[in-house]
Each structure stands twice: as structure tokens, then as C-alpha cells.
Design a binder for this molecule. Structure first.
Ligand code: TRP
Length: 332
């Protein structure tokens, strides 16, 4: 039997997830579980790069883990763990930070975009090192594939560069290399637009539908969704290709989306009805997830136990990798 390839996926714990997280990442993670050995990292130290307020980090971590599990991540097969609980991440981060130049990190387009988006007047040493910590996250588990969106590809480039440089510089006896040079694994569904029509659903933009939203929440939020501004009332023909509600139909109502398109174009379908139809589909889609969610919410201690279990497994793998690093470098 050939060994399963290793996937390392991660998210920063930002609390309850939205349906954009599901479509853009989680759904993909779940479908990869059988074919690959997956590790699911909760990147809590990465949160500090843009937010030093840690008062909700524990709650946010548990809520995110609940969403992961409720959506179908099986922690027995694919450990879920907090970065901050596996101390090797910080050690490998320190070593890797010696292997990459400041100029290279400053050139990273993902970082530039983030600095611009958040309007940061300056950047911390740790924030500049964001992709170096991410490289440690991936390589500690010898991750070969990393499921990410387009925007994260430059980060993975830096991981590749670090892995390659380390391998050239330090080896085990007989020249055995320690690290794979990982590849990004792009998600296939384009990201879900926000309710305001912006490209991306995001907590900070306040344009999200949460996985955990109640049926009423979903409908109330959907009513305010932005649609084709030329279509003012039922009867007016609309352009579904510029309407985010139609994108939601394509995802959550695939078999009915042609009918929606035709109805929108001809004008026979009004925006309100169209929105209520897709709301029902979204509600039905996430109903089983929310059943599971409710059970997990009732017993948050058992969720914490799942993380602690994942952290044991992750620590075991990470400590083996670090032993090799120490041996090859003759330090540590
Ligand atoms: N950068 C990822 C994000 O913004 C989080 C992350 C941290 C990550 N370490 C990782 C993703 C390792 C994949 C692999 O969500």
C-alpha cells in the first residue's frame, strides 16, 4: 500500500465561520480526507500579526473547531490542533527566520495587500515573518500539499524556498533530505461574494451569512442582499451574471439554477422570491451541520478534549521532525 500524501491546512481562529469559508475551504478539506493524510491547524499565533486583543481567542478557537467538525472534518482521522500548543512551531519558526532575507519577505504581495487593506501605518517584525511561521506549520508535518486560495500562493512560494534552502544546507546521514517542497492545492469553486456584492465574504466587511445562522437570520440577511440595480421590480428583466444571489443559487441550488436564470432574465421572477428560494436551499444545506453543531455546543469540554487529543498526535509528528532538524544542524 502506498503511503498517503500529507496535507496541511490551516485557518486563523476568527470565531464562527461563514458560508464563504465553507465553500472556499472547508468543503474541500472534507473531500480530501479520504485520499490524503490531513492535519488541521488552528493558527492562533498568526492572529497576533493583526490583532493583539486575545480576550476572545479561546472562544473563537472552540467555535471554529465546532464548525470544522460539524461540517464533516473527522478529528480521529485528521488531527485538529492549536499552533500555540505544539511548541515546536515556534522553534522551527526561529530557525527558518535565519534562512530568508528581510528583502524577500518585504516583496511578498500577500503581505503588501494585507497592509493596504487594513491600512496599517507600520508593520511588526512578527507580521513580516507571517509566511515564515506558516512554513514552519507546513514543514513540521512534512506537508506536501496545502489547500489555499489564490491569495495565499505567494506565502507557499516562501515555504518552498525555505524548504529548498534548508535541504541544500543541512541533511541527514547519506544526504537524506528532511523536507518536501510543498505545492499549493487550489480550491476549485471561486470564492463566494459577500451580501453587499463585494468579491469576498468577510467578517470585517460585515457581509456574511454564518454557517450557524438560524433560518430567520439567513432570510433577514438575504433580503438585504445586493442585486442587479437595473432590476427594480418584478417584471423588469435582470442580469443574473452580475447578481450575487444567482452565484449562491449556482452553489446551493445547482439543479434549479437554470430556471432561476431564465426567470430573472425574462422578469417573471422577482428578486424577493429569488432570494427566498435560495435562502431555503442554504437553510436545508446547513440543517444537518447545525444539528451536529448544537450537540457540540452543549458540550464544549468534549471539543476541547478533541483538540488536546489532536495536539498529542501533532506533537508526536512534530517532535520527530525536530529531532531530524537538530541532528542535521548539530544544534538544539
Ligand atoms: N495563512 C492562513 C490564513 O490566513 C492560515 C495559516 C497559517 C495556514 N498557517 C497555515 C494555512 C499553514 C495553511 C497552512 O488563513
Amino acid at each position: 500500500m502506498s503511503k498517503k500524501k500529507i496535507i496541511l491546512s490551516g485557518m486563523r481562529p476568527t470565531g464562527k465561520l461563514h458560508i464563504g469559508h465553507y465553500v472556499g475551504a472547508l468543503e474541500n478539506w472534507v473531500s480530501l480526507q479520504e485520499e490524503y493524510q490531513n492535519y488541521h491547524l488552528i493558527a492562533d499565533y498568526h492572529v497576533l500579526t493583526t490583532n493583539l486583543d486575545t480576550s476572545n481567542i479561546f472562544e473563537d478557537t472552540i467555535e471554529m473547531a465546532i464548525d470544522w467538525i460539524a461540517c464533516g472534518i473527522n478529528p480521529e482521522k485528521s488531527p485538529i490542533f492549536r499552533q500555540s500548543k505544539v511548541k515546536y512551531h515556534t522553534e522551527l519558526f526561529l530557525i527558518f527566520s535565519m534562512l530568508i532575507t528581510k528583502a524577500r519577505l518585504e516583496k511578498n504581495p500577500s503581505l503588501k495587500e494585507q497592509v493596504k487593506a487594513l491600512n496599517l501605518p507600520t508593520i511588526t517584525y512578527g507580521h513580516l515573518g507571517y509566511p515564515v511561521l506558516q512554513a514552519a506549520d507546513i514543514l513540521l508535518y512534512k506537508g506536501e500539499l496545502v489547500p489555499v486560495g489564490e491569495d495565499q500562493v505567494p506565502h507557499i512560494e516562501i515555504t518552498r524556498q525555505i524548504a529548498d534552502f534548508f535541504n541544500q544546507k543541512y541533511q541527514l546521514p547519506e544526504g537524506k533530505l528532511i523536507f518536501p517542497v510543498p505545492n499549493p492545492k487550489l480550491t476549485n469553486f471561486a470564492r463566494l461574494p459577500g451580501l453587499d456584492g463585494k468579491m469576498k465574504m468577510s467578517k470585517s466587511l460585515g457581509n456574511t451569512i454564518l454557517i450557524s445562522d438560524t433560518p430567520d437570520d439567513v432570510k433577514t440577511k438575504m433580503k438585504k442582499a445586493f442585486t442587479d440595480p437595473e432590476k427594480l421590480r418584478k417584471g423588469d428583466p435582470g442580469n443574473p451574471d452580475i447578481c450575487l444571489v444567482y452565484t449562491y443559487h449556482k452553489k446551493f441550488n445547482p439543479s434549479g439554477s437554470e430556471e432561476i436564470k431564465a426567470g430573472c432574465k425574462s422578469g417573471s421572477l422577482g428578486c424577493f422570491d429569488c432570494k427566498m428560494k435560495v435562502s431555503e436551499k442554504i437553510i436545508d444545506f446547513f440543517a444537518p451541520v447545525n444539528e451536529k453543531r448544537k450537540e457540540l455546543e452543549k458540550d464544549k469540554n468534549s471539543v476541547l478534549d478533541i483538540l488536546v487529543e489532536g495536539e498529542k498526535k501533532a506533537s508526536y509528528i512534530a517532535s520527530n521532525t525536530m529531532s531530524e532538524v537538530h541532528q542535521s544542524m548539530k544544534i538544539g
